[in-house]
Design a protein around this ligand. Structure first.
Ligand code: CP
Length: 303
């Protein structure tokens, strides 16, 4: 992990994933450790973000490091026509690590190939969001006491949702049974289903989940990713496909937790927020500890 970029969740082995989670637990106990005092981290966000950017910046601040960067492409020279390659080569001269979000699938891998410092993928198009997945796994293990043999329901936009693509790959290490719930237009792409087939893992596809909800250990709800649709009419057709509400949670397992990478639009009713099974805001908090762990391991400041 030391000095390595993190672009796909598959850049980390099962053991490395577990090391991140263990270390995140240590940061949760003791979040203010000033071990980054001589480090500069650049956050380059070519797409909007609240949680990912601010939890990375909170993590760096709590570790005593410095942040540079931009949160809006309009304030960077890419609006003048600068290429991603030139931006990354320049910023890698100014920083010790680059955290980048970009709308194009594969852009983070490309950035890591032209950067002289490690690159952390904060989401590339509909492809991957590995640091989200690590905080998701932290949240799942913390609430379930294990990552093994769980029934993982993934609901919503399975086609364009990058968080669910990296979550699927990570949970494949832990013998999850997957329940994919989506409108047909937004179903899980075939390459991810093949990924599970190749590993002998079970998955089921549904367009509704009212009947099967009693089987869930985790319900991972996602927003329909408006920004990825080329046709606004297609978005309008699917945007309200699911809305989880409190009454749907009556006949569910005691250990069930509702996760969502956020932002939420209307796929989880606000009446769920006070239900003890709702975990999404604590999940977002866990992003700080998990990102502290990722940064520390990449800098070799923790083993
Ligand atoms: N979960 C997530 O990526 O949220 P943001 O878009 O707010 O960073």
């Amino acid at each position: 992990m030391k000095n390595k970029s993190l672009i796909s969740i598959n850049d980390y082995t099962r053991e490395e994933i577990l090391r991140v989670l263990d270390l995140a637990g240590e940061f949760e106990q003791d979040p203010s450790q000033r071990i980054l005092e001589d480090k500069v981290i650049a956050t380059l966000f070519f797409e909007p973000s609240t949680r990912t950017r601010l939890s990375f910046e909170s993590a760096v601040n709590r570790l005593g490091g410095k942040i540079i960067g931009f949160s809006d492409t309009a304030s960077s020279s890419s609006t003048k026509g600068e290429t991603l390659k030139d931006t990354i080569k320049t910023v890698s001269n100014y920083s010790d690590m680059i955290v980048m979000r970009h709308p194009v699938d594969g852009s983070a891998r490309y950035a890591s190939e032209v950067s002289t410092v490690p690159v952390v993928n904060a989401g590339d198009g509909a492809n991957q969001h590995p640091t989200q997945t690590l905080l998701d796994l932290y949240s799942i293990r913390k609430t379930q006491g294990t990552l093994n043999n769980l029934n993982l329901f993934i609901v919503g936009d399975l086609k364009y949702g990058r968080t669910v693509h990296s979550l699927l790959m990570a949970m494949a290490h832990f013998n999850a049974t997957f329940y994919f719930i989506s409108p047909p237009e937004l179903s899980m792409p075939v390459e991810y289903k093949m990924y599970l087939d190749q590993r002998g893992l079970k998955y089921y596809e549904y367009t509704d989940f009212k009947e099967i909800i009693p089987e869930a250990d985790i319900i991972y709800v996602t927003r329909v990713q408006k920004e990825r649709f080329s046709d606004p009419i297609e978005y309008e057709k699917t945007k309200n496909a699911y809305m989880l509400n409190n009454s749907m949670l009556q006949n569910t397992r005691n250990n069930l937790k509702i996760l969502h990478p956020l932002p939420r639009v209307n796929e989880i009713s606000t009446d769920v927020d006070d239900n003890e099974k709702a975990y999404y805001f604590t999940q977002a908090l866990n992003g700080v500890y998990t990102r502290q762990a990722i940064i520390s391991l990449i800098f070799g400041l923790k083993n």
